[in-house]
Design a protein around this ligand. Sequence first.
Ligand code: WTA
Length: 657
Amino acid sequence: MADAKSGAGTDITSVLKEKRVFKPKAEFSGLAHIKNRAQYDRLYRKSIKDPEGFWGTLAEQELVWHKKWTKVLEWKYPFARWFVGGKINVSYNCVDRHLSSWRRNKAAIVWEGEPGDARVLTYQDLHREVCRFANVLKTLGVEKGDRVAIYMPMVPELPIAMLACARVGATHTVIFGGFSSEALKDRINDSQCKVVITADGGYRRGQTVPLKTNVDAALADAQSVQHVIVLRRTHEAIHFEPGRDHWWHEMMSASSNDCPPERLDSEHPLYILYTSGTTGKPKGVLHTTAGYLLGVTVTAKYVFDLKEEDTFWCTADIGWVTGHSYIVYGPLSNGATVVMYEGAPNYPEPDRFWHLIEKYRVTVFYTAPTAIRSFIRWGEQWPRRHDLSSLRLLGTVGEPINPEAWMWYHHVIGAGKCPIVDTWWQTETGMIMITPLPGVTPTKPGSCTLPFFGIDPLITNKEGRELPQNHGGLLALRRPWPAMFRTLYGDPERYRRQYWEEIPGVYFTGDGARCDKDGYYWMMGRVDDVINVSGHRLGTMEVESALVHHPSVAEAAVVGRPDEIKGQGIVAFVTLRGAVEPSADLREELRGHVTKEIGALARPDEIRFTDALPKTRSGKIMRRLLREVATSGGIVGDTTTLEDFSVLDRLRHQEEE
Ligand code: WTA
């Protein structure tokens, strides 16, 4: 820890000690796509020694091409082109190719709306809808290369719209339905969209979200948009602008079923997805066609061990990358059946997810740690009411999972028999990068374990020096991978600077991590969520894990605040489980508990009880805001991505008694 004293170093002291190991069961491994460690090792070695051979073979096996590529990878640091010279269409691969087999009448999307309405679209149905809607886009003048904004609820027309864009070569940008008109406007303007696809409204927790009204407000300041297509979902009264606005159902009824897919270049831009950066200005992460499709196809197959008869449910919203890659493109490319649900997990009651798993006999379930912590808080009586025996595999994504939440997921949802894949990746990586393979990798609660094929991670300090085993540092990636983002839309310099020049020569993820003696990765949170106490940099996640381990605690968020003596002091924001009352005694007990779990170093200087934590709409705790509350008592920073604004007021008024 030579540089820790200065506070400028990038070593991170790791305090999480997790000893439990869960081996995959022989019955599972025997049937899995990848069955044992030797097979993984062999493929991994090949993927690192000969990446072009490895990915080239997979591209031939897993995708259907209009024209084969001439070169697998052209790497001009930090810009990559994959499958150079190839011609391919993503919608063809996700839909048409399944029509030549019995899959034509297989369920592609099993959908349920929040009010309880339900629909099933077979691959044939999906094909018809995608083709018709692609023709609607053409009728409105959408051409290859145009940008189209999609601002919709979680209804089947959302993936239909995405696939239709992919079919004609328009680049979509899906904007999460929870974003305000302000955020919508910024994104539409940044990518200069020609068309917006939306709905009158959507359902969320028994209320409706006024999507079209938000679009109207955004378009007052967005000149690029020529047409708006409106799906009727909630039937609420909306403003309709003649000439600009068109009903989805009217356009569709006049549209033909026949729409051959465009033969697109491998590097044709498939989508732009905006993600928040440290500066507050959203970044347009750009993904292209062939490499992205290959990455998500292969990871969906091997990480979720997808079989023909699986029913796969990823609970993310399609407005986030998880929904793009593992509701739409990855599973459909594999010809899988996906479940899609429109609404909130606790509507009408906290067992909606378990109800859906039972009703549709879901076999593979993929959700986020923040959701799991909510389930824990609501109590295990809710899942216990349902037959979850169809489940065979569970997954998590989005943030580090606390070992206690992992154990709950394992026992209460997985009945102790389902492997858990804790998948680490990012909007920028496009595909899962570090993850167990369910038939192969013994799991340790809280670790996302080993790199996927072709992925070459590195734990380093800021200067690019590799750190030894079990040393917390910065997670970087050494080589390009097919689903990597190609640039930030309209800002290649920022792409270069922020991702490829922070640490010389490698891709910097922005995450802290350590690698243990078995080569397992343990994520420690974003580097800007790291606190430095007396020269020891602690991952906020580890202190949070210790708190959540206490039986009274449902959720915890930890931030640093300046401390004259220690550099930084620790402030913990704690949400208690259902029936537990806050008290001074409990506060002392929790401090003692952290001391016992981690050591006095991590003992919180202050604990604030709160009934809710500020989160982004994708469920990430906004520690930046908590830092402000802890430091100055107020908030001046950007709050546009916050899910529930009332949380801030409540936090401000909750001083330590
Ligand atoms: C975090 C979501 C620990 C990480 C797919 C990353 C995780 C950021 C995990 C990307 C995981 C995601 N364990 N941390 N399994 N998965 N993260 O762009 O900090 O919304 O950099 O993509 O989430 O979030 P994004």
